[in-house]
Design a protein around this ligand. Structure first.
Ligand code: S3P
Length: 171
């Protein structure tokens, strides 16, 4: 039983969609960020501010290895997991990788209500979103399935993923 791995930028809906999808298809929901918080004992914004991003990425990589060995999950990843090619290899080996996409305006609207994302706690978050999104685009393009979420609600996205994964015959 393969896992379904959701990747994509912050604010593309990975968490809400992964939870709904897991319910829909009867798989277990796992969040990499939650596992990181549990392993380290601090919230992500504290890990970033006290230890820096490279330290966070090291724990993230360790957790990716662990979770990729488990079977039959819906895996909710953090937006930067795709930047490490070994992470992508591990995740691809565990199942099908689905990328959720959204335009910068949508991401800004969805993320501006929350303050827990250290990378967007800057003076001009919109500029930062555009810059990071452009840089990361080729990494997100490596996913097996791509879904544009701008005009879709969570239920519709979960349904679409289920159908697209089934069509690929990897479920
Ligand atoms: C990050 C995204 C966050 C979290 C961390 C870094 C990123 O997860 O892993 O703040 O580099 O894009 P979400 O994508 O769930 O917000």
């Amino acid at each position: 039983m393969d896992s379904i791995v959701l990747v994509g930028f912050m604010g593309t809906g990975k968490t809400a969609v992964a939870k709904m999808l897991a319910d829909l298809i009867g798989k277990k929901y796992v969040s990499l960020d939650e596992r990181i918080i549990k392993a380290d004992g601090r919230p992500i914004k504290d890990i970033f501010s006290q230890e820096g991003e490279p330290y966070f990425r090291k724990i993230e990589k360790e957790i990716v290895k662990q979770v990729s060995r488990e079977k039959g999950l819906v895996i909710d990843t953090g937006g930067g997991v795709v930047l490490d090619e070994e992470n992508m290899e591990e995740l691809r080996s565990s199942g099908v990788v689905v990328c959720l996409w959204a335009k910068p305006e949508t991401i800004y609207e969805r993320t501006s209500r929350y303050g827990h994302r250290p990378l967007l706690n800057v003076d001009n978050p919109m500029e930062k979103i555009k810059e990071l999104l452009e840089y990361r685009r080729p990494f997100y393009e490596k996913a097996d399935i791509h879904i544009d979420t701008d005009e879709l609600n969570v239920a519709k996205i979960a349904d679409l993923i289920q159908r697209r994964v089934y069509e690929q015959g990897k479920d």
